[in-house]
Design a protein around this ligand. Structure first.
Ligand code: NAD
Length: 326
């Protein structure tokens, strides 16, 4: 069945995406002009020291505009990091945040943008797709809270497959699986629409091909579409399961998505076969399981995990899903 064959009773859709410049070498060649375009003269760089050093070729053409550097970029964006980065940004009097790195660097820039009202120019080096969404998360006392703000959506994204060439294969695979999760489960999300269904199907196709050949162009474009699906369709039970288990057992973000996706997708597919058809695959869960073969979650208490999933699915189904994923 084609995406157009699925029916929606009602939906609301307002497209809000950053300006995206895609192309090999774009980050190296187009960053100064893109900064000029938004009048950015005093930049706060948001990147780990490693990411900043590793992308010297991208940053050196704008070195004279870098007024400060937030290098304390950490997983799950701790609140204390946001507070000190915000204070530094205000002290230095900057007019733009330039994020270079994965979802953690983008997420840090988003939280600072919401506090300061500054625009973000994002140069993603993974396929997580956070730069396409207005959603941001901050972790305090072990609890990660997410919110939406138009201010968190980057103004400009330079989407350059060359930026992820140095990404180790294992991280690249997990990050692509994270994007695949945004796309494949997007058709089950509350705000899915014919447009997001089409984007989801194309993202799954590109990411599937990209994962088989580790093709950086397919993975970058697939990550772009998958992030757009997440931004406009929203998340599904898959994200709730990852969020609950990730928080409870401190699991790594991308790997958790990768290990759980074949099983959560099988569950969603069983529940809503008509929506699964939008992905244009006879059995999306089986196709994804094939692509992500062998990714398992680290050991944890199955009994406790089953209980934690009670708000999302019935205990028998949760126990079965967890047995398969662990
Ligand atoms: P990440 O930014 O933590 O990067 C993963 C690892 O890869 C890190 O160790 C990083 O240093 C390394 N790395 C990144 N780029 C590299 C490169 N080019 N070469 C070598 N190493 C590199 O993680 P991620 O998977 O990119 O993103 C996950 C985070 O993003 C999570 O916190 C998640 O919640 C968030 N996220 C948010 C949204 C959203 O819409 N808000 C969407 C997707 C992901």
């Amino acid at each position: 069945m084609h995406a157009a064959d699925t029916r929606r009773a009602a939906y609301t859709l307002t497209l809000r995406s950053p300006r995206v410049r895609y192309g090999r070498g774009t980050a190296r060649t187009d960053l100064p002009a893109e900064l000029d375009r938004i009048g950015a003269r005093r930049i706060m760089l948001v990147a780990t020291a490693r990411a900043a050093g590793g992308h010297d070729d991208v940053l050196s053409p704008v070195a004279d505009r870098i007024a400060g550097h937030v290098s304390d970029v950490r997983r799950h964006v701790p609140a204390e990091v946001v507070r000190s980065a915000t204070a530094l940004t205000r002290d230095i009097d900057t007019d733009c945040l330039l994020a270079i790195g994965g979802g953690s660097a983008t997420g840090t820039a988003k939280a600072v943008a919401v506090e300061t009202g500054l625009p973000i120019v994002a140069l993603p080096t993974t396929y997580a797709g956070s730069e396409q969404t207005p959603v941001y998360g901050i972790t305090e006392n072990g609890v990660k809270r997410t919110a939406r703000s138009a201010q968190a959506l980057p103004q400009t994204v330079l989407l350059d497959p060359d930026l992820s060439v140095g990404l180790p294969a294992e991280i690249a695979r997990a990050s692509a699986a994270n994007a695949l999760a945004h796309a494949a489960t997007g058709v089950f999300a509350a705000n899915h629409s014919p447009l997001t269904d089409l984007l989801a199907a194309e993202a799954v196709r590109l990411l599937g091909r990209g994962l088989q050949e580790m093709d950086r162009e397919d993975l970058t474009q697939g990550g772009h579409l998958a992030g757009t699906v997440l931004a406009h369709a929203g998340s599904s039970a898959h994200h709730s399961v990852c969020h609950i288990l990730g928080g409870a057992f401190d699991l790594p973000h991308a790997e958790t998505h990768a290990a759980l996706l074949p099983h959560t997708l099988a569950y969603l597919q069983e529940e809503q076969l008509d929506r699964a058809a939008a992905l244009g695959l006879p059995d999306a869960a089986a196709a994804v399981a094939n692509l992500l073969d062998g990714v398992r979650l680290p050991e944890a208490s199955l009994g406790q995990a089953t209980e934690l999933l009670a708000p999302v699915m019935d205990p028998t189904r949760a126990a079965q899903l967890l047995n398969e994923a662990w």
